[in-house]
Design a protein around this ligand. Sequence first.
Ligand code: PLP
Length: 467
Amino acid sequence: MATELPRLDPEVFRAQAHELVDWMADYLAHVGEYPVQPQGQPGEIRARIPAAPPEAPEAFERILGDFKEQIVPGLMHWGHPGFFGYFPANTSPPSILAEMLTATIGAQCMSWNTSPAATELEQVMLEWLRQMLGLPAGFTGVLQDTASTATLVALITARDAKVRQLDRLTVYTSAEANSSVPKGARLAGYSPERIRLIETDERAALSVPALERAIAADQAAGLIPACVVATLGTTGSTAIDPLPAVATLCRREAIWLHVDAAFAGSAAILPELRWILDGAEHADSLVFNPHKWLLVNFDCSAYFVRDPAALLRSFAASAEILKASYDEKVVNYRDWGIQLGRRFRALKLWFVIRSYGVQGLQAMLREHIRLGKRFAEWVASDPRFELMAEAPLATVCFRQRGAGNVDALNQQLLARLNATGRVFLTGTRLRGHYVLRLALGHLTTTEQDVAFAWELIQRLAQEAGPG
Ligand code: PLP
């Protein structure tokens, strides 16, 4: 029998979509009942999936059944109220619904004419975000997929702003910068031995005297400082690099200043925390991730630049098939980054910002910050533990005290915590010490969830502790 041609049957789609939406609503309601982290061994899931593609069509019910049985148990549940790992990768109902529309329409948003509404909504959304953050009007934005991509774009633009003597160009960032920064610098063609990881001060923030010394030494050696990447909210402990002083230095030496505010940038929508962006008015570029702390589904990074012309010099690439008579009058975002094809990311921002309002988003951030401070107080009041960094931004670094190998003690505590399936935390190294990190930022997390995590930590520390 001949196989049927693939075709679109809207009524079949409607029934299947309704079934999926029911599953999605149940998942969101009950995500806390799953183990946060899957406990299987590497290769287990792969072994259950046929190694070769099916020749004949398979029924939707079967595919959905396999999704539930084989895929879901192998997933980390990032929206679980006990998920405190890394930084959040958020979801929220309006964002999920917008993603469904984006997928349904399937628009390619590379040029204005390939979906005018997508380009123009993106322009307005970046302007809304600029106002929410309090960035000066001189900044213009574009959505990138991730902060990694935005930082790579900044490093390439900074490279092209200097004479093309690539082997002499240098890049500076702190030793606490996200791994995407030195990686981006390598990808942008800077020599690995010219990427300077500058020491940090006692707050894990970039040391400006050390930066100044490194720049002077490089200049004396005939090298050309091209870019400084400052971090607002480091991945390890949300440390804030001293941007005003870094910006003054960069201006004086004519060095591109890129600001990586991937996680913490969202906090600047709070008037009481807007100070974290002090100095950003002098930056050349800045990235922050609404997909981390602003309830927008991954991926969605807002990248702001002061001089779009510089960006275009590095990234504009036309071709006959792309040309349109009104190109001079419109923004073609394909020229503002690495990709040609682009997703319609602005829609989820529009849905989220309108659904919650700036006030709703501010209220959520304040609650996460309050919960972070509460957790930090609990840690500080228990003599068996110590705080390992300040915790102003809903991420708390702490560890269990102990005699002997304290790093191993804390690694074991982390493994025991995560093995419960009730919470998930990540560990990192901060100024030589292994620390545990509790990162808040998801829509669903309540004080009860944080209190539960703390009780579990205390109990397992007691069991594991040296006494
Ligand atoms: N920069 C900082 C400070 C981060 O914390 C992270 C990720 O956590 C990144 C960059 C990378 O973000 P993305 O996954 O959007 O590339």
